[in-house]
Design a protein around this ligand. Sequence first.
Ligand code: AMP
Ligand code: MG
Length: 338
Amino acid sequence: MNTLRLTPQDAPQAADIIAQGGLVAFPTETVYGLGANGLDPAAVAAIFAAKGRPQDNPLILHIPSAGHLERYCQNIPPAAYALARRFWPGPLTMILPRREVVPDVVTAGLDTVGMRCPNHPAALELLELCQLPVAAPSANTSGRPSPTTAQAVLEDMDGKIRAVVDGGPCQVGVESTIVDLTVSPPRLLRPGGVTLEELREAIGPVEVDEAVLRLMSTDEKPRAPGMKYRHYAPKAPVTVVRGDPAATARYIAQHLAPGVGVICFEDYVNLYPGCPLRSLGPQGDRAEQARRLFEALRWFDTQGGVAAIYAQSPDSDGLGLAVTNRLNKAAGFHIIDL
Ligand code: AMP
Ligand code: MG
């Protein structure tokens, strides 16, 4: 299949492809999504095939406004509307009870469905034109870091999907926050662009699912099925070094060897001359760390001979909870605490 390179101006063509059951990768504020008609089981099955995604990992449905929630969800609690008013369009996914119209293949047979309204002009225009819920996971091969540019999408999806809409680099850089509103208190299943602090300010107590903070073993049954899978990982094993930034920078400098790659804050790049290295930006700039993380993880796969990667861990306040969650998952929770 020849994968078309489209621009946001080609939104009508992209919407037609989706209406016909095809796959289109498109930009959102978080990462690039791989979209299909979420009411068409065959189109949704094609997403799983293109990504090599396990069948029991459900997808998020994307809609152009909260006004579309009632079409696909029922028994919607007031907290959902409060969150939508405050954070939509934006990087927040809400888990809600689904209606029958949502196919099993989208929800992996669950009686709930993840709903999101993305804050990106190209995505919103596409969703308005489709007038369909667009099922869209991140547009990467399952297990790899999520794509934050059209180029990264093509690395994984060229020849496998009908089109990619190039909207430039993503502004947030990590996937949406997922909050389950079908339990009381609501539960954070995945940290993302909307912070835990912001959620609690908007709706009161929110619990953090333990899978956010630690590795789930394969025989555990997590709330969000995707939580148990290895994620975001480059080919070389990653070791996260956690603690005071000056100390973690020094620790990594002491463990350099041929074939060791480094992910560090801008403040410390001079400690690693000649090493394959990606900077996450200044140690105090969590938004920049989120924007850069996936590109950094992907970059090591394009370099020959990187056998191991050491990464400085950001702190986990605010957006840092999302950044550290993705980094720790990329490392299989292989973490050294100083
Ligand atoms: P991705 O689309 O690759 O960002 O992954 C979507 C994430 O949303 C996965 O981790 C899913 O497990 C999670 N998810 C989607 N729908 C549900 C649901 N109904 N209940 C719990 N988690 C969900
Ligand atoms: Mg994903």
